[in-house]
Write a protein that binds this ligand. Structure first.
Ligand SMILES: [Zn+2]
Ligand SMILES: [Zn+2]
Length: 424
C-alpha cells in the first residue's frame, strides 16, 4: 500500500532553499584569533581559527600564503611575530584563490612589507580589480600551472585547480622535518558554493569541466601534510589540540585527504546532476512554466476559508468582496507565500464521494488525487494539527529519504504533508 501512496503527484512544491542573502557571511571562526604554530619544518600556521594563512620561512625572508580579509591582518601579523618572525620579512605573498576571505588584504600586506604578489593567471584580473570587496592590488608575477615560487631554498609549486575560481591554486611543497621529507598540499578549494552555476554558465562556460580536472589532479597528488584554504577543509579544530598534546603530527593525514577529496567530488557530481536535470527539464518545449494554483470545489466557501486559515495559515479572499448568498457561484483565493488555492462554491454541486476521502482508496480512481506541502518537522506539525482537531487520513509513514502523512480538509480533500530528510 505504501508503494501506491508513494505514486504521489506533487501539485504544489515549495522551495526550501535559503535565499542567497540568508547565507552566512562566513562564521565566527573567520575572524577569531588562535595561537600560531609550527606545522612541520619551515611551514607555519598563522591564520585565524578558520581562514588559513601559511608562513614559509627561509634565510632570505618569508613567503605568506593568503591574506584573509583586511580586518584580519593585525591578527596575522601578531601570529607571525608570536613565532619570533618579522612581518616585515614577508618577501612573497601568494593566494589560494581570488575570494575576499583569502585575498582581500594582499594589497595592504604588499604596501606594509614590499612583498611581491604572485597570482595564478586566471585569477589575476579579479585580484587587480577595484570592485567592491576586491583587493585592487597590482600582481607582480603571473603564475601558470606547475610554476615554481622559490626563495632562500624553499620551493612551492602552483597547481591550477580551477572551478571554485578560474585561477584557484593548490600549493604543494616538500617540507624537511626531523630527517623526513613530507609532501604538503594546501588545497585551494574544491567547493561548489551555493548559487554557483555549473550548467550554461555564461561568465564561466568551462566551469564544470574545470572541476572535473581539479578532482583528477587532487587525486593524483602525493600527500603527507593535508592542508587547505579553510581550517574546516582539513579539520583544523580537531587536529590542533592533538598537535599541542605531542605525539604523532595530526596534520600528516593522507587518508583524511583522500576521504575529503572523494566526498567533495561526490558533492560536486550531485550538484552537477541536479543542475543538468533542471537545465534539460524544458528540452523541446519553447516556453517556460511555473506552478500557479490548484482548485477545489467546496460545499461552503466560508467554512473552507476558516479551515485553511486556522490549520495551515492561509489567508482567504472572496472574489468580488462580500459573497451574495444567492449567487450560483462564489470564488475565493487562499494564499500563503507563493501557494494559491482557488475555491469554488457552486450551487447544486454533489458532495465528495466517501471513496475519495481515503487516499489509499482514492488511488483506485483515475484523476488528480491530492496536493502536497513540504514541512520541516512532520511529527511536530502533525501534533499541532491533531491538537487543533485536524482529521488524519493516513498516519505518518517513514521512508528512507522522506516521511509523509495525509490529512483531510474540512470538505474531505486529501492533503499530503511531506518532510524530505536529506538537506536540499
Ligand atoms: Zn572561495
Ligand atoms: Zn574561502
Amino acid at each position: 500500500m505504501r508503494a501506491t501512496v508513494r505514486i504521489a503527484v506533487f501539485l504544489i512544491s515549495i522551495s526550501v532553499l535559503l535565499p542567497l542573502a540568508a547565507r552566512a557571511q562566513g562564521n565566527a571562526d573567520f575572524h577569531r584569533a588562535i595561537p600560531s604554530f609550527k606545522i612541520a619544518g619551515n611551514l607555519y600556521y598563522v591564520g585565524t581559527a578558520d581562514l588559513a594563512v601559511y608562513l614559509v620561512t627561509t634565510p632570505q625572508g618569508n613567503i605568506l600564503i593568503n591574506s584573509d580579509y583586511k580586518q584580519d591582518i593585525p591578527t596575522i601579523r601578531k601570529s607571525i611575530e608570536d613565532l619570533g618572525f618579522k612581518y616585515a620579512d614577508t618577501k612573497i605573498i601568494l593566494i589560494s584563490h581570488a575570494h575576499g576571505d583569502h585575498d582581500e588584504g594582499v594589497g595592504v600586506i604588499k604596501s606594509d612589507t614590499g612583498a611581491k604578489l604572485m597570482v595564478m593567471d586566471a585569477d589575476v584580473a579579479s585580484v587587480e580589480s577595484t570592485a567592491q570587496g576586491r583587493p585592487g592590488a597590482k600582481v607582480d608575477r603571473v603564475l601558470h600551472d606547475r610554476d615554481a615560487v622559490e626563495l632562500g631554498g624553499a620551493k612551492l609549486t602552483a597547481r591550477l585547480t580551477p572551478g571554485h575560481t578560474p585561477g584557484c591554486t593548490t600549493w604543494t611543497m616538500q617540507v624537511a622535518d626531523g630527517g623526513r621529507t613530507l609532501n604538503a598540499v594546501i588545497v585551494g578549494s574544491p567547493n561548489v558554493n551555493p548559487g554557483y552555476i555549473l550548467v550554461n554558465n555564461k561568465n564561466y562556460p568551462q566551469i564544470a569541466g574545470d572541476y572535473v580536472k581539479t578532482f583528477a589532479l587532487l587525486k593524483s597528488l602525493p600527500v603527507d601534510l593535508f592542508l587547505g584554504a579553510h581550517g574546516a577543509y582539513f579539520n583544523l579544530k580537531e587536529k590542533l589540540p592533538k598537535m599541542t598534546a605531542g605525539g604523532a603530527n595530526p596534520f600528516i593525514d593522507s587518508d583524511g585527504y583522500k576521504a575529503y577529496v572523494a566526498e567533495r567530488e561526490q558533492a560536486f557530481e550531485k550538484e552537477l546532476a541536479k543542475q543538468s536535470a533542471d537545465a534539460h527539464a524544458g528540452n523541446g518545449v519553447g516556453f517556460d512554466i511555473a506552478w500557479n494554483h490548484v482548485a477545489l470545489s467546496v460545499p461552503n466557501i466560508a467554512e473552507s476559508i476558516a479551515w485553511y486559515e486556522k490549520m495551515l495559515g492561509f489567508k482567504g479572499t472572496v472574489r468580488g468582496g462580500q459573497p451574495n448568498p444567492n449567487a450560483r457561484q462564489i470564488v475565493a483565493d487562499l494564499r500563503r507565500g507563493d501557494i494559491t488555492i482557488e475555491l469554488f462554491q457552486v450551487a447544486g454541486a454533489a458532495p465528495l464521494p466517501d471513496s475519495r476521502k481515503n487516499p489509499s482508496e482514492d488511488f483506485r480512481t483515475h484523476g488528480v488525487k491530492h496536493f502536497g506541502f513540504e514541512v520541516k518537522n512532520l511529527p511536530a506539525v502533525l501534533a499541532e494539527l491533531k491538537a487543533k482537531g485536524v482529521q488524519i487520513a493516513l498516519d505518518m509513514r517513514d521512508a528512507p529519504t522522506e516521511r509523509f502523512a495525509f490529512i483531510s480538509d474540512n470538505a474531505g480533500n486529501a492533503i499530503e504533508l511531506i518532510e524530505h530528510k536529506a538537506a536540499r
